[in-house]
Structures are given as structure tokens and as C-alpha cells.
Design a protein around this ligand. Sequence first.
Ligand code: GLA
Length: 389
Amino acid sequence: MTIPTLKADFERHFGVPPDLLLRAPGRINLIGEHTDYNDGLVLPAAIDKEIRFAMRLNGTDQIRLAALDFDATYEVAVAAIAPIPDGHWANYQLGVVAGLLRHGAVVPGFDCAFGGDIPTGAGMSSSAALECGVAWGLNELLHLGLDNMTLAHLAQKAEHEYAKVMCGLMDQFASLFGRAGHVVELDCRSLEYAYFPFDTAACRLVLCNSGVKHALADSEYNTRRQECARGVEILQAKNPKIKALRDATLPDIEAAQAELGEVVAKRCRYVVEENQRVRDLTAHLAKNQSLAEVGALLYASHAGLRDDYQVSCPELDTLVELSRQAPGCYGARMMGGGFGGCTLNLVATDKVKVFLAHMKQGYHDQLGLKLDTYVTTLADGVGEFLNEE
Ligand code: GLA
């Protein structure tokens, strides 16, 4: 959606031009999956798929939303907001307003029209982009002066309370803190972060969209959180220094195997190993080491997610196996919460075309499914449109 179209659509809905135009990107995650809510490490980046927003305070007490891509509107008084059942799209924005109110902000009525090109259900965090865009926009319009980390937490809370998914901080952090040409490592305990240049001239980050989102994705996500919490409880009884899986080691898990039981032990082992893989990968990036080694870490991450954390699915596993024979592919893994969405593939820049052809053909031959792919560019986090691109 171009900016002139966005402005025209805003005017069509609300009768006046917008005061603020902004964009909020989706994200990829190079490595560090299901580590964020375990106080661990993640390595995401914002990408060139985004939601664009036009906003304005409307001088009433009504929130008026227009979802341009699916031609739907929603209106509610600020004082009357509450979670809407059945996964309504407005929950993300209303959850942000609830967070701002809890933060002590006075939120008057506003108008917001939005639309974009982040595929939904593909694991690129379109919901985080929605939350972060509205949070950032209201922060601007109301001159609240909240910093981006506060906005990220507020957006995360919106997801917990209004979308009922107990997500970690990664997606909202990536949408707000992304930097063009970089991945960013976040320590989800200390909230320290560091940028690493990622040179897409040497290799590209390619997404292969399985096209499925299994119904159990959200419930299994919340179950994984509970299993991790159970693991911490048991490990902590033996060693009080273990406050999160971040603090556990493989020998700790080995020693508590009987109490943990097979399933929880596997979950814990995966998280400990995945944190180590993030450290290993950033060490490679810092030293500019071989892409083959980075790729091997991606494959190892996928194996852990499939076998120990058990959040993959046959479609994702098929895509990762296909990538092993694909020309120019260094490594691949499922990305995000799991049970559908995309795989992330590290592909030599000059081989992208043949890689895509191989994957599309293979996915069709093996599962009879059509494969959508995206060759991503790493983009800046949420920000205003200053000129009319
Ligand atoms: C989803 C959540 C994130 C993170 C990933 C898994 O995207 O929103 O917080 O937990 O799954 O790494």
C-alpha cells in the first residue's frame, strides 16, 4: 500500500487527513527460538515486510479502527475497551490502549487506518507489528515520552491479555529495535542488546512459507511455557541459583532426570542447548567466520525444536529436509512459535534463484502444496514516514 493510498483511505473513512504516518516491520529470527521467555538469548531482525499506519486524535472518546486489507472497521469508547472473543483483529490495538491506561496515560479517542504486506500466520509477527505500531503512534501523538523498551513490554502485555498468547519479548523488541542490515542479539534477562552487521551480499535470508498454521499453535505455546516453569521449579529445588532455564546446565538436567521426567527434561535440554547456539552464532558473526558453520547451527536448532521441544510439524520438517539438497543452502530451520509458518534458509546470494525453484518443486512433489517464498532484506524498526515514499 502506497502512502498516498493510505492517506486517501484514511480520509475516506474518517473525513479528514491523518496527522501521523508510520510503519512497523515484521521480523525474522536467525536463532534463539523459545528462549525469550526463559530469560535467554535471541537473535532477531526487522524485515522489509511491514504494516503502515495513518493516525490522528479525533477529539472524541471513541477509538475508530479501519483494517484496510480486509475492509473491516471497529469502534469502541476508550472507557469500554475489553478483550474481544474469538481472536478479533482489534484486540492487538485495544490491548495496547489498555497498557497505556494502566501506565497512567490519559488516552483520548483516536482514528487509525492500517494495512500492509506481512503475511498473517506465517511466523513473521504481524501481530507484534500491529501492537508496536499503535503503541509507537500513540506515544508520539500524546507526547508520552515512553522509551522503546517500555513500548515493547507494553505491546507484549497486550498479546498476553488481549490475544491470550503468553509470548516472550522477542517479536515486539525486534519490530521496535530493528536496524537496516543488522541482526540484533537481545539478552532477555538483562535487556542488553547488541547489533551485528549481516551482509546480504554474501548470503540471503530466505523464508519458505509452509502455508499451514496448525490449530494447536497457541495452546501448545502456552503449554511449553508451563513445562519450562515446571522444569525450573524442580531444578531450583536442587540448586536455588537456578531462577530460569537460562541458569541451568546440561549436567543439572542430567542429575534431575528422574524428577523432571522424560518430557520436561527434553524441553529443558533444548532450551539450554539453544542458548549456547545463540552464543556460538554471534561468535561466528563477530569473527566473520564460515557460513557453513552458521548453517550447521541452524540445522541443529531445527533438530532440537523437532525432537526435544516438539514444536515442528511435517510440513516444516519437509521444507528443512528439502533444503539439504537445495543448491547454495548453508542451513535452515523452522522459525517462530512453530506448528506452521516459515522456515528460515541461509542461501548463497548467487544461488537464490535455483534454490527457490528446487524448494517449490520439491514441496509440490512431496506434499502437493504450493510454496510462497520471501527473500528478505533487514530493515529499520518502527518509525515515522517523513516523506511520501
Ligand atoms: C513467538 C513468540 C515469541 C517467541 C517465539 C519462539 O513468536 O511471540 O515471543 O517465544 O514464538 O521463539
